[in-house]
Write a protein that binds this ligand. Structure first.
Ligand SMILES: [Zn+2]
Ligand SMILES: [Zn+2]
Length: 99
């Protein structure tokens, strides 16, 4: 039946999506796609991000920038975007406007 093969391909793409999420989160590739550890990892990251945001009134904070930047650049949150990893540069087609 066409319907069951649709379900099968949905199932397979869900599994590969979970595996990609796990690898993006830096979880070890244990091959069993534990949803619990994926959720736990996301909760940990949320907690980490929330505590950073709570600590910080400065949107260009060097301490937070160094933690968040994949390349460890304290200037990560510079309003023109990060000069090292490039994040925040020209996003959504907007010109980076100094303020
Ligand atoms: Zn900070
Ligand atoms: Zn950066």
């Amino acid at each position: 039946m066409a319907e069951s093969s649709t379900h099968e391909s949905l199932y397979l793409s869900a599994i590969s999506a979970l595996a990609r999420i796990d690898s993006a989160l830096g979880l070890p590739d244990d091959g069993c796609n534990s949803t619990e550890s994926t959720i736990q990892r996301i909760e940990d990251m949320k907690h980490q991000i929330n505590s950073l945001l709570a600590h910080c009134p400065d949107p260009e904070c060097a301490t937070c920038g160094e933690i968040i930047c994949p390349d460890g650049n304290p200037g990560h949150f510079h309003h023109d975007g990060c000069g090292v990893c490039g994040e925040g540069k020209g996003m959504c087609g907007e010109d980076p406007t100094p303020y």
